[in-house]
Design a binder for this molecule. Structure first.
Ligand code: LLP
Length: 404
């Protein structure tokens, strides 16, 4: 995304001309950005050649997954639906890991039938269930165990997963018990130790701590894992003046760790691959002055993009056409849904805006469309993919008559 003569371009496509062809609100992805993000992620961890399993929960669009597969990535899935979608996108089951605290027996059975790389279990009870199902299928199944390292990832409270009080993973003591109980199982092969401490992590220190905890755990258990799955969580720069994650430090911690343990590393990134690769293009329906501020009422709402309402996340909003008339007045960018939390952003000043003008909400590629709903009986936005000077629609439009 860049401005040429004050007009916003997505690759070589003018966003204004696009917004005349596609009804707002719509998500707009850039192929190039996805490609760049994947290449950067790979080069950040070059020498260790990790298996990179894209976290499908962050974006499950079939076309997006096909692009991601074309760069050799695998998938991290959390439901039968995501597993089916990943397979439909052509991702090799041998590169798929299945996470989640509540996989049902049906989902486990399905994953076993599809011969995926690993089922990462999160409780003793789940390991038992996997063993039973493996036995019924007369198979030996590869599993991982997810450790809860009791680390605060210093991210948004609502997306932290690695503390003891969070529902995720298994604490050290319990994990040692599970290893003891199942290491000789006829139907299970415990191959992986996995962790994931949270999302939108910008400080490398929680990752360093996490590696220490894993190192200590391996030394204590004396168990030989084939894989260490470090999860995802790498944060992105939502607001341009904020800090970015120091990948170099994370990388060097991992390299140090690998000198002591000969294992293969798995990552499960979502946001860092797709987060900044999309805009939500939205039209101003009305401008309403009130109490020294202007409400900019958009045709996109919290049902289209939930992060601000759900987590208090802040996403920049930019005009498709820049002008130099700055209005020094508070601007509240809101949607039409009947909830006070249906607000995207508040800014102290903004360029002069007009009714029917089009804006773009930034960095909505991860946890964007996947969290969209029909709340207020609104249809979900469609998705468009730009590649160089071309664009195509990559999801089906919902029609209100069909929903009714
Ligand atoms: N692996 C596991 C086991 C996870 O639970 C998650 C995300 C990921 C990988 C991918 O994390 P990422 O690299 O995308 O940070 N809806 C929230 C984020 C929820 C994250 C859930 N787990 C948001 O919009 O911020």
């Amino acid at each position: 995304m860049l401005y040429k003569k004050n007009n916003l371009y997505i690759e070589k496509v003018s966003s204004i001309s696009l917004s005349k062809k596609v009804k707002t609100p719509f998500y707009c992805y850039s192929y190039k950005k996805i490609e760049d993000n994947i290449n950067r992620f790979k080069s950040n961890f070059k020498s260790i050649k990790p298996l990179i399993c894209f976290s499908v929960k962050s974006n499950n669009n079939l076309h997006i997954l096909k692009i991601i597969r074309s760069f050799g990535l695998g998938a991290d899935v959390v439901s039968k639906g995501e597993l089916l979608r990943a397979i439909k996108a052509g991702i090799n089951p041998n590169k798929i890991v299945f996470s989640g605290v509540g996989k049902t027996p049906e989902e486990i059975n399905f994953a076993i039938k599809k011969k995926i790389l690993l089922i990462n279990a999160e409780s003793h009870s789940e390991v038992e269930t996997i063993e039973n199902i493996a036995k019924k299928n007369k198979k030996k199944i590869n599993i991982g165990l997810r450790l809860n390292p009791n680390i605060d990832a210093q991210t948004l409270k609502k997306i932290s997963t690695g503390r003891n009080e969070d529902k995720f993973g298994i604490n050290e003591k319990e994990l040692l018990k599970i290893l003891k109980a199942f290491h000789n199982s006829k139907h299970l092969k415990i191959k992986c130790l996995s962790v994931h401490i949270g999302s939108q992590i910008l400080d490398h220190k929680p990752y360093s701590k996490m590696i220490k905890v894993i190192n200590n755990f391996i030394n204590k258990s004396k168990y030989k894992f084939e894989y260490i799955d470090l999860g995802g969580g790498m944060g992105i720069n939502y607001n341009l003046n904020k800090k970015v994650l120091n990948y170099k430090k994370y990388y060097s911690e991992i390299k140090k760790f690998l000198k002591k343990h000969r294992v293969k590393i798995i990552f499960e990134p979502g946001r860092s691959i797709i987060g900044d690769a999309a805009l939500l293009i939205t039209k101003i329906i009305y401008i309403k002055p009130a109490n020294n501020k202007n409400f900019i009422i958009l045709d996109a709402a919290m049902n289209d993009f939930m992060r601000p309402a759900l987590y208090g996340a802040s996403h920049n909003i930019v005009p498709l056409k820049k002008n130099r008339n700055i209005l020094n007045k508070v601007h509240d960018f809101v949607g039409p849904v009947c909830e006070s939390t249906d607000k995207f952003l508040t800014l102290k000043k903004y360029q002069k805006l007009k009714k029917n003008e089009i804006l773009a909400i930034c960095d909505v590629g991860a946890y964007g469309i996947v969290l969209a709903s029909n709340y207020n009986l609104r249809t979900k936005p469609i998705e468009v993919l730009v590649n160089s000077s071309k664009f195509k629609i990559i999801s089906k439009r919902e029609y209100i008559n069909k929903i009714i």
